[in-house]
Design a protein around this ligand. Structure first.
Ligand code: HEM
Length: 110
């Protein structure tokens, strides 16, 4: 279960590791460019950004997966094609898989 109040309580941790956050959304926010007039957001604003990310990324992804599953179940040929293609890189359910490999599957990305 996801608790929004947990996000707020983690902001102190985030601040103490600010210089290491090079690839995180919070990196630029916690290392602002003063010459451009940027300043470090408050904990409340950082929490709001985190909540936005969770909110924007959750329903959209869930809906896309739901519609995709529905379309595949209504198109046995497409389901078979996808199944066949996925099995070439994932012969069994425990096969390791990475994003680059998945991005190389033409039917999946089409
Ligand atoms: C299938 C999944 C997703 C769909 C269909 C989707 C769709 C969209 C759409 C249509 C917009 C508006 C773009 C615009 O008006 O310029 C948008 C913006 C945004 N999305 Fe997504 N999104 C998805 C996944 C995600 C995920 C996983 C995240 C974050 C973890 C995310 C975060 C955002 C944010 C922060 C914006 C605002 C960007 C901005 O205005 O600068 N989205 N998304």
């Amino acid at each position: 279960m996801f608790h929004f109040q947990d996000l707020h309580s983690q902001m102190g941790d985030l601040r103490s590791h600010a210089e290491k956050l090079t690839t995180s959304l919070f990196g630029p926010m916690l290392n602002p460019d003063a010459e451009k007039g940027q300043s470090i957001p408050s904990d409340r604003d950082l929490t709001a950004e985190a909540m936005l990310m969770v909110g924007a990324g959750t329903d959209t992804t869930a809906n896309a997966l739901c519609v995709g599953a529905w379309m595949l179940l209504n198109d046995p040929g497409a389901l078979e094609n996808l199944n066949h293609e996925l099995r070439t890189v994932m012969p069994d359910k425990d096969s390791p898989i990475d994003l680059t490999t998945l991005e190389g599957l033409p039917f999946l990305v089409s």
